[in-house]
Write a protein that binds this ligand. Structure first.
Ligand SMILES: Nc1ncnc2c1ncn2[C@@H]1O[C@H](COP(=O)(O)OP(=O)(O)OP(=O)(O)O)[C@@H](O)[C@H]1O
Ligand SMILES: [Mg+2]
Length: 241
């Protein structure tokens, strides 16, 4: 279980998170919603150690991990899939995966990757930068998967991808969760995110403005009031049909 307690964080003179409490219980999927600029990415950066918080605490399974650097948090099983992919374009698919593979489990990791996204298995020698956007996103996600992470922080991983690939990605997220990982999911396809989520948090003005179960967020008006964004259901319906 990942826990943020009264986290305050920002950039320079700007305070973005103003005392955020958030829980990602073991094996659950938590959707994190909020309008553009609300601080969702910032929160994931704090949770992965990329952005030091000014005050507050970060706990993993009850243990205080506040202030640990990103690689230490990664060793403990916190995996961050950042906005805009995060693969090494000048390395092959194989080398991208091997960089994340636990020592001694290189072959097994490549097999696991090919099992979830067969296309990656067929493209091990291709330079990651020459893969399509969707394929690169699959690679970015798989790099997290081969580490058997405890907590996966996902920042808009379906951004800009074709509906079919978004489907594959959501299937993959379900697999990750079914294998016991906890997911903190920032997602533009709100309806889809709520469909897989056990809990939902809404960020507004640097504070949590709503926490509850997705079913409590029914009704477009309520939804808009909380998030400041209009849920593009027409697009979502198209995608799921
Ligand atoms: N490196 C930075 N330096 C200064 N300000 C930043 C930096 N990164 C983000 N910000 C500011 O912090 C605020 C929160 O940004 P953040 O990226 O966390 O929002 P977000 O909720 O992820 O938005 P979006 O939905 O657009 O991705 C914004 O006002 C943004 O301009
Ligand atoms: Mg963001």
């Amino acid at each position: 279980m990942l826990e943020l307690r009264q986290v305050v964080a920002g950039y320079g003179d700007t305070t973005v998170l103003r005392g955020v409490d958030l829980l990602v219980p073991q094996g659950s999927v938590v959707a994190l919603l909020g309008p553009n600029g609300a601080g969702k990415t910032t929160l994931l950066r704090v949770a992965s150690g990329l952005l030091p918080q000014r005050s507050g605490a970060l706990l993993l399974d009850g243990e205080d991990i506040t202030g640990l650097p990103p690689h230490k948090l990664a060793e403990r099983g916190i995996c961050h899939v950042p906005e805009g992919r995060g693969v090494f374009g000048s390395l092959t698919v194989r080398d991208n995966l091997l960089l994340q593979a636990p020592p001694g489990k290189e072959d097994e990791s490549l097999e696991r990757a090919a099992a979830v996204f067969p296309k990656l298995g067929e493209r091990l020698d291709q330079l990651a930068g020459t893969m399509s956007g969707g394929e690169q996103q699959m690679l970015a996600l798989t790099r997290s998967y081969v580490q058997s992470p405890k907590v996966v922080l996902l920042d808009e991983v379906s951004m800009g991808l074709a509906p079919k690939i978004v489907d594959e990605i959501f299937d993959f997220l379900a697999t990750l969760a079914a294998e016991g990982a906890s997911l903190l999911l920032v997602e533009q396809y709100v309806t889809r995110a709520l469909a897989v989520a056990d809990y939902v948090y809404v960020l507004g003005k640097g504070e949590v403005s709503f926490v509850g179960e997705p079913s409590e967020l029914d009704g477009d008006d309520v939804f808009r009031a909380y998030t400041g964004i209009s849920d593009d259901t027409s697009q979502d319906k198209e995608l799921t049909s």
